[in-house]
Design a binder for this molecule. Sequence first.
Ligand code: NDP
Length: 598
Amino acid sequence: MPISDDTLDLEALQKKYIEERDKRLKVSGRSQYTVLEGDLAERFDTDIWASTDGAREPVVREFEAVIIGGGIGGMLAAGNLRNHGVAAENLCIVERGADFGGTWYWNRYPGLGCDTEAYCYLPLLEETGYIPTEKYAKGPELFEHSQRVGRHFGLYDNALFQTRATGAVWNEDTLRWTITTDRGDELAARYLLLCPGATNRPKLPGIPGIEAFAGHSFHTMRWDYRYTGGGPEGGMTGLADKRVGIIGTGCTAIQCAPPLAESSKELFVFQRTPSAVNVRANRPTDPQWAASLNPGWQMQRMENFLNVISGAPEEVDLVDDGWTRNLKNGRRVFEADKSRMDEKESIDLADFARMEEVRARVDAVVRDKATAEALKPWYGLLCKRPTFHDEYLQTFNRPNVTLVDTQGAGVDHITERGIVANGIEYPLDCIIFSTGFDVSAGIFGGLGFDPVGVGGLSLTNRLQQAFTSLHGILFSGFPNMFMIGGSQGTLATTRTYDLTIQTEHCARIMEYCRAHGVERMEVRQQAEAAWQTEMADKRVDHDGYFEACTPGLLNLEGRGGQVYDYYYGAGPVAYRGQIERWFAERIDDDLNLDSPAS
Ligand code: NDP
């Protein structure tokens, strides 16, 4: 039921939000998480999906392009290179996993699904002629689609799976990159594309005793079906006699807690901060709608979605879901009564009203009053990524499910027998860490090696000297190299959009170089400087908003600042306009384009 602004006690709500934030600030910051190395890495970060150890002979070969990373970014890069006639047969993807998919390769937990609409989220739907079966497709379908993209573009031919790149060095004499790997490969490449993604390593809380637990434990990114039985659709018969604890209540736990509750003898959900759980309303794809789609529909739909949720004018809301309705509500409140309040007040009001609806939903669904109270999120709508689910809250009505609310403190420690929270020990057979991805190293750290450019300068040193790039893609001193998905680029709610437009842009630059006989392409520093000015000019000041937020990924765990400062502030659709205009007008001025004759 919509909440009217007259019923809101804004002062009391603001006070409550600050109290709840302050509880959590005590435990915030990166240091609360442990570093995954040695035994812990062995236990929580090995590839349990690979069926072999991947042993093979080293490859020594020259390629037109080598792509590091076979997730959505890497596959989009390869697909776009093929579409633009670059490296048609002569392209290699180096990937740590044993198949394509990235996030969808590593994450196979029960209940997994995409949290934004699949018609926008899944890459290359028009090229592959595939339409997802549901509005929010499930994990296995997302992984299968990655394989479909791999087959469609012939990417399996030269892919080096179960392989980590260990180095990439630019050679000014041969005008080639030399890429080395942990399998002894030595690859030469005219172009190097870095698509590592930032969300491919599990993150564990740095609480004492993780090693001491005598039962079974794993992270949601490496769901251990050998122990639980069943599969992504549920049916985990191995848990029928088990007391299971899950730590974390973010987007992942929201999706996997319901099937876990169905299969476990008892489930204990350890909560530090409740998520905002909105209505999902998933549904099968309407075949008539699918048949009615015209060429270009996917990009149009993605941009319509991004415009609607950012408040940019759009006549229709094509996606029409929880994301778009939540943010449209905000604008409606603003438009409703301009005379009584200024813009900021009205947006604040809409934010409080939307979260009040989220809290009212908890009361409407969860029968036990104390549990319902503990499941209510007390922070602004945009402080954490909102979640959408129609079975998560209902799970707490089951007799075998207990919410252990730690009031913002987190679990105390882990013993040989189980988890201690609020000073009470909960004996368990199995502990599941749903504690997120390690993004602390950023996209550059996620590479796992440090590219070395002109004059032997490493990328890390170069960025320490000057954290500059053009569009987050090109770096002076690093010729013929492209970074995908990094800072100074763009950060959309539907990440596939960013990766689509950036990889297409890179392919266009390479196509241009090929057409003009260019062997060596390097961005000029003046172009990087101009991009820094544009970034500063378009920075949006969200500081006040995020300061008042409970700690999380978006406000850098409460350390001050916000993740959006690292990306183009005018938003993803404007970013696309920028790179397209740049390509049409500035490529010759902003790049050093050396051909043998020049
Ligand atoms: P998150 O980082 O969002 O959540 C981690 C959870 O662990 C939080 O609830 C956190 O609490 C909790 N936690 C951490 N330490 C402790 C502790 N010591 N005691 C108790 N609880 C603790 O990870 P997720 O895996 O849920 O999501 C990661 C990202 O993946 C998100 O950005 C999400 O958008 C994305 N995702 C996307 C999906 C999709 O379909 N596209 C599906 C699933 C995830 P607190 O909130 O207090 O920090």
